[in-house]
Ligand binder design. Structure first.
Ligand code: AHR
Length: 662
């Protein structure tokens, strides 16, 4: 998560030189797809999603709540709120904790008003509140009156220019806490609106859990997700959803670790904590970043189910982030951590009569979620991790041999800690080991053969976090360039060719708010109303949508003129079981088109017309943006002239998916 000590830094210019040097090697060659040699089965989980609440990924992002600090639980209880005093209204605002809505959420706002005029607060949202025109918004608040009087509450959506976009009045507040709701239909939208609440009428009014959601959330769920962002995830056709991180699993210290049990049930009962990315980077401080857990473990399981992805929860194994405090739970005190894992398995898969299975059913999901894997710790390393993994695995394997355990090899894809992890985890007969690569694009290009000679007998590999870094890991100047995406695509052909060893892979991090990020690059970017997939996103999508079920070997035979020892064409092929399609993926990293003779050895009869999907751009520095969201995006067209031997020209700096139909 920090610039890696061992990570080499390659400037973009160096990578460009590397690619340009390929030009000399670029000539027609021959590529043979061995359709008669069906290779390994590709896991349906192969290409997935890594989700973390970083860069306002959950609160302020995927979680559709528009009110920041809705429960007045930030340490600065009025952060995000500003006082509103209409016509010199007299009275006071106080944050109190007497008889709260829930002990998990002890603070609330009291508005004491002397006369009938308006006194209250306005919420700034997460970098403003995005209000779309012609959409409906659902407002809710826990409210009660105190100390006599019967003030009413006026709720307004106010534009950046002060114009009232919509308003409602809520009356009938009683002496007990009660949830009050109103729907608001603004005529015009504003990406930077605010929510204004004013009490009218003398008396005291208590407010808590102030909430505003778009009516239209993903699958129209209450307490739901932003539909454009969830749709972008669904469109990746992901095989798995890894959640909730990332370093937030670990916490900077253990008290800030992610604890799944505090994230389910009524949102008002979910205890807020600081987000560990709040103050991680001095160059990107985000003092208003907290975790409300409105998007909690139940919602993650639902999301995974909705988008057809296997859930992959990652749980703390008694270690805080080793880049921060590195705090450890003594080995003889690990039981509560192991119990959390056992209880999670019961929550996800247990019968409705079990303690935790019943909680799932009570939340509305009687059917089990079909949990098959759990991550033991996030990005941990060293003997301290090995000892904790061993203890956890012993219990989990004894009680739940059906659950695959994901273990960690640390933050670097090589070096002392990496080797120690692999050696020990191999001895412990680990199921799947998570490897992370935040490296320059050249590393990805040079590592397309990384897994060709991996030991096939031991644990499998989860390429759990990867992203080409255009400047260096942790640099705020990293960009989601086409160069980075293309390098990742080349690397992914190597993962696909070795799908018997590499069983899962995911880009990281997943998303970032353009005004609220801490880490770059990210797969998806968004503001309050808009979102887009990067060039890297479309690479992931092309692999996810065109996965195939079996690897087919490919042999690239360069012509004599292609003398460069460094290839510029990278390829993998698979067969889709249902359609019978042969799917060829080719990355041409050269600045010139590559014309290849393709032989499909041993193929059944092929349809004369296939489908070609090309992802390319004019320049390696090109990127997508909010204003040009599809500058680098796939283009699909029929591809005529298919037979067992045919020619195909692959565009300069391109990823091409060629589907050959039966
Ligand atoms: O993806 C960002 C961070 O990188 C993750 O939280 C962590 O696992 C890694 O160090």
């Amino acid at each position: 998560m920090r610039p890696r000590a061992t990570g080499k830094v390659f400037a973009t210019a160096a990578c460009l030189l590397l690619l340009v040097s390929f030009v000399a090697a670029q000539s027609a060659g021959k590529l043979v797809i061995r359709a008669d040699q069906q290779g390994a089965r590709i896991s349906p989980n192969m290409w997935g999603i890594f989700f973390e609440d970083i860069n306002l990924g959950a609160d302020g992002g995927l979680y559709a709540e528009l009110v920041k600090n809705r429960s007045f639980e930030f340490p600065d209880a009025l952060m995000g709120w500003a006082e509103v005093r209409k016509d010199g209204a007299k009275g006071t605002l106080r944050v109190m904790n007497e008889n709260p809505v829930s002990p998990a959420n002890p603070h609330f706002l009291r508005i004491e008003l002397d006369a009938a005029t308006g006194l209250g607060v306005s919420n700034e949202g997460f970098r403003g509140i995005g209000i779309a025109s012609s959409a409906t918004y659902l407002f809710s608040v826990f409210g009660r009156t105190a100390d006599g009087g019967s003030p009413r509450l006026r709720v307004r959506l106010v534009g950046n220019d002060g114009r009232v976009l919509a308003e409602k009045q809520i009356g009938g507040l009683g002496r007990e806490w009660k949830k009050h709701e109103a729907s608001l239909r603004p005529g015009t939208g504003d990406p930077k609106a605010r929510l204004e609440l004013t009490a009218e009428g003398a008396g005291a009014l208590d407010l808590d859990m102030v909430s505003l959601f778009p009516e239209k959330t993903w699958r129209n769920r209450r307490n739901g997700l932003r539909s454009d962002l969830a749709q972008l995830l669904a469109d990746l056709k992901p095989g798995f959803l890894r959640f909730p991180g990332g370093c937030i699993v670990e916490g900077r210290a253990l008290e800030n670790r992610y604890q799944w049990k505090t994230t389910i049930g009524e949102p008002a009962e979910r205890r807020l904590i600081i987000n560990r990315w709040n103050n991680e980077f001095k160059h990107r401080p985000t003092p208003d970043y907290f975790q409300s857990f409105g998007l909690g473990f139940y919602e993650y399981f639902l999301l995974a189910e909705d988008i057809g992805a296997e859930p992959l929860p990652i749980l703390n194994c008694g270690m805080a982030c080793q880049f921060n405090s590195g705090e450890l739970v003594p080995l003889d005190q690990l039981d509560p951590y192991i119990q959390d894992m056992l209880d999670l398995i019961e929550f996800a898969n247990g019968s409705v009569t079990s303690q935790w299975g019943k909680k799932r059913a009570d939340l509305g999901h009687r059917r089990p979620f079909g949990l098959n894997m759990i991550g033991v710790g996030n990005e941990q390393w060293g003997t301290q991790y090995m000892e904790r993994y061993e203890q956890v695995a012993k219990v989990l394997k004894a009680k739940h041999p059906e659950i695959q355990l994901i273990s960690s090899s640390g933050p670097n894809p090589d070096g002392k800690d990496f080797d120690l992890a692999w050696n020990r985890l191999r001895e412990l007969k680990a199921d799947v080991i998570d490897e992370h690569y935040y490296r320059p694009p050249s590393w990805f290009v040079q590592n397309t053969k990384r897994y060709d000679n991996y030991n096939r007998q031991g644990p499998k590999v989860f390429a759990g976090e990867f992203a080409a870094q255009s400047v260096r890991t942790g640099s705020p100047d990293n960009r989601n360039t086409w160069e980075c995406a293309l390098a990742e695509a080349a690397f992914m052909t190597g993962l696909e060719r070795n799908a018997d060893v590499v069983v899962m892979a995911s880009y990281a991090p997943l998303s970032g708010h353009v005004e609220g990020w801490q880490w770059t690059p990210n797969l998806i970017w968004f503001d309050n109303l808009r979102s887009f997939g990067t060039a890297n996103y479309y690479v992931q999508q092309l692999f996810g949508v065109n996965r195939g079920d079996f690897v087919l070997p490919v042999e690239f035979q360069a012509q004599p003129s292609g003398t460069s020892p460094t290839p510029s064409v990278f390829a993998s092929a698979t067969r889709d079981e249902r359609s019978g399609d042969i799917i060829l993926k080719v990355v041409n990293s050269s600045a010139e088109a590559a014309s290849l003779d393709i032989e499909v050895a041993g193929a059944e009869k092929l349809a004369p017309s296939g489908t070609m999907i090309t992802l390319t751009s004019d320049k390696l520095s090109d990127e997508n943006s909010l204003d040009q969201p599809r500058k680098v995006a796939p283009v699909s067209s029929p591809f005529p002239g298919v037979s067992r031997q045919f020619s195909c020209t692959f565009k300069p700096i391109s990823l091409t998916v060629l589907r050959l139909h039966k």
